[in-house]
Structures are given as structure tokens and as C-alpha cells.
Design a protein around this ligand. Sequence first.
Ligand SMILES: [Zn+2]
Length: 328
Amino acid sequence: MIIDCHGHYTTAPKGLQVWRDAQIAGKNPGALEITDDEIRQSLEGAQLKFQRERGTDVTIFSPRASAMAHHVGDAATSLHWSQQCNDLIHRVCSLYPDNFVAVCQLPQSPGVPPDNCIGELERCVNGRGFIGCNLNPDPSGGHWTAPPLTDRYWYPLYEKMVELDVPAMVHVSSSCNANFHATGAHYLNADTTAFMQFLTADLFKDFPALRFIIPHGGGAVPYHWGRYRGLAQDMKRPPLDELIRNNVFFDTCVYHQAGIDLLLKIVPADNILFGSEMVGAVRGIDPETGQYFDDTKRYVDAASGLSPADKQKIFEGNARRVFSRLRR
Ligand SMILES: [Zn+2]
């Protein structure tokens, strides 16, 4: 089985945006008006088609990350928006239980301690079958006003994650800082930033069972592994393999062969989960290969020196370990 750990509902029917526009405009958005047929249509020609064509089986599926926009409105705005988005994901997973498993958006809001996310996380996990959440390290959308992920500020949410046995993908949303293009800079900055935060603190001593996926291949981290190893050594921190072993995982959302080859060579196979983020940030076809940039299975299949056992871990085993509720 091939589990894609990173997919968003980027093709949601337009009723979702209509709801959001009304909410932002301060009007009563009422109930979400989307039919099951619209949901089917939105997926059949996109995510489901690509699953079939590319030979993947299940996508761990969450609301569109760039649309979380935690910086918009206040905590109540974020809560109501998150509930709509998560309920829609739940409908997708109920219509296609063999193809999608749900991960939730959290109702984060700048300046609001993440304790406010616990209720929505519980609502999604208990009873609705969600198996993880996306955690935004920067709800301000590019101004980085929240404390680092290793700060005790986040601990109440981590306690709940551990209790519910769900991991978080570290995932920022849209950028409202003109310096940072959302998917080209802000996302990769955040991935890299989160890793360095984890390196410098004892978070995983406090939470040995806490699990994070750093998406987009870990941002700049694998490419600069030597720098991080050296920094860890200078700072008297544990070796990186040991630091990340049970707690930090990277996905394979890297859109060229050389990048995947590097990732697989540098990061232990136990810490890599197959992911594509389709249909997402990069939707075109690479003229150099004639294939979709985000058809990441192709790169993993073509990687040399990957043992069948490691390949199985990357495609399935690690996802089952990290998203442990997937088994249920
Ligand atoms: Zn994503």
C-alpha cells in the first residue's frame, strides 16, 4: 500500500469560498452549500485521477493550507472557519473511505495561546476519525509573532496531541508579508525554522511521544545537514539522528530527482514519509521529464540504492507509525 501523507483539498467546490467571503465580509454565512455530487466532481478529475494514474492508494487529507489564513479575523473567526473546513474533509473521507483519511485544521489566531485549539482537535479526532492536525508555527502569516514551537506556550496543545495519539504536520498558511512568497519562500522558511527550533531545545525530553512531520522535504534542512550537525555539536546537542529518531519526520514533497536523491541519502529512512502535496503548490509538467513536478512517487521509485525494506517504510510503514490512529 502507498500512503501519501500530504494532500490538501485545493479543489474544494466554490461554495466553501462563498462561505468564507461572507464570513470575512461580516455577513452571516449561514450553512455551507455544497452537495455530495459537487464533492465527487471536485475530486474525480483531480486527486482521485492522480491516485489512479500514479499508483498511490490513500491520501492523508486536510483543508487547503494556504486558505487557513489564521491571521484573518479573531479566534472565533478561525474556529468557525476551521469547523467548516474540517467538516468538509470529514464528508470527503466518508464518501471515499478507501482513498482519503482526515487531518484537521486548527483554529489558531495570532496572540491567542493554542489552548483554544484543543476543543476542535478533540471534536475531529474523537468520533470523526481524524488522525492528525496541521499546526501553524506562525499564525501571523509571515511576521513570526508566536513563540518558538519548543516554548511552553504550546505545551497544552502538545499534551492533548499525545493523549489523543495524533501527530502534527508543521504547516504555515498564506503569507501576508510581501517578502515571503507563500509556497516558494514562507513554507520552506517555516520548515527550516521549525527544525532549528527542535534542534535547540529539549522538547522531546518533555514529550517523548510527540511527533511532527516537517513537510516539503524538510525545507533547506537535508541540503544543509552538515551545518545542522555542526551546530548541534557546537551547542552540545544530541546527534541529529538521535534527536529526530522518534519525533521528527520529513515528507518527500520535493519536486525533482536530485532533491529526492539527496533527501534519501541524508535523512534516515525511518524518518521519511512519502508525500506529494498534490494537487497543490506546483501543478505543471516538468518540460525536462515530461511528467508532473508533484508526481513524487516517480522520484522515489527511480532513486538508486533504496532497499526494498526502506522503500516499504517510506511508502507505508512510517506513515502507519507516525499516524498511529490510521490502524484503527
Ligand atoms: Zn501542504
